[in-house]
Design a protein around this ligand. Sequence first.
Ligand code: HEC
Ligand code: HEC
Length: 296
Amino acid sequence: MADRFNTIAGWTLFSGVVALGLASISGHYFQADKEHRPEAMGYAIEGVAAEGGAEPAVVIEALLATADAAKGEATFKKCVACHTINQGGASGIGPNLYGIFGVAVGAHAAGFAYSDALKAKGGNWDWANMNEWLANPKKFAEGTKMSFAGISDPAERANLMVYLNAQGSNLPLPAVPAAAEGAEAGAEVAAAIVGDAVKGEQVFKKCMACHTVNAGGANGIGPNLNGVSGSKVGAHAAGFAYSDALTGKGGVWDDATMDAWLTNPRAFAAGNKMTFAGLSSAQDRADVIAYIKAAK
Ligand code: HEC
Ligand code: HEC
């Protein structure tokens, strides 16, 4: 009985996530053309129609915004029988997963024999399709050879995904749909938001306890940020003692990495020493990034 209840509860949660995901995808991309949704967008989920109008219980985007990569690393123990995730790690029963976000589905690990089922999916790994895949691999790609039941808890998937993303990928976190914040549906996605340097100066007040941004400004609790955009992550300010977590990230600060960092520093580089919760407003992030770039 308890098992049966869990299964039902799991499906209810999952269908909520999927229903919301589809609503948000269609909202973002198909607003102008609602009648012509591609058929591939959805699939039937048992129980959804019958239950009718169930409240979506969770929003994966919201879970991702507060996800904990350290917990995700613990969950990854479920995967290590088949997967490595270190850079250059060997493929085993499953492909190596280093840098998996943002790359083509079923094509990432050179020399690994992917199933036709997975190869045929197309597209790149992003937050939405990875969430579906990890919830139920067989449902996502019928005939896949990943014999893994899936992870039913959406919060556990969110933690796992930010962990995966921190291993060689830097995909910015998705915007939390406005519906989840109690506002009107149809929020702009972060990428479409244009930063305003003047407003960003106000936002930067939240950073000033730890950072200067003027040319030649001193390092404080945090490094001087003058010219940080375009520079190597965790290496910019001479004489500042960066954490290994940040220097270990590699790559260059661009708008996308900076946006991911400022959304949730801890998720971006677990163990870094910037003790700042993050800016939840995509507009604030865009504004402060514009301000930092413009600072002389
Ligand atoms: C029993 C072995 C096994 C386990 C356990 C397993 N996987 Fe897999 N995984 C595979 C196989 C095999 C494939 C290739 C699937 C195919 O080609 O159809 C795969 C594919 C993948 C892919 C797609 C990779 C690509 O290059 O497109 C991802 C992502 C992934 N697994 C993540 C995970 C995560 C995260 C876990 C743990 C929660 C996990 N897997 C657990 C065997 C496993
Ligand atoms: C409580 C102090 C604190 C606050 C507040 C803070 N930071 Fe930081 N910041 C740090 C520390 C410490 C680091 C170095 C992190 C490390 O090495 O792990 C850092 C690093 C950074 C970096 C990376 C710099 C580089 O050279 O790679 C950027 C960019 C940044 N912060 C921007 C901001 C912005 C923008 C804000 C405000 C919205 C902010 N920080 C708020 C302490 C803070």
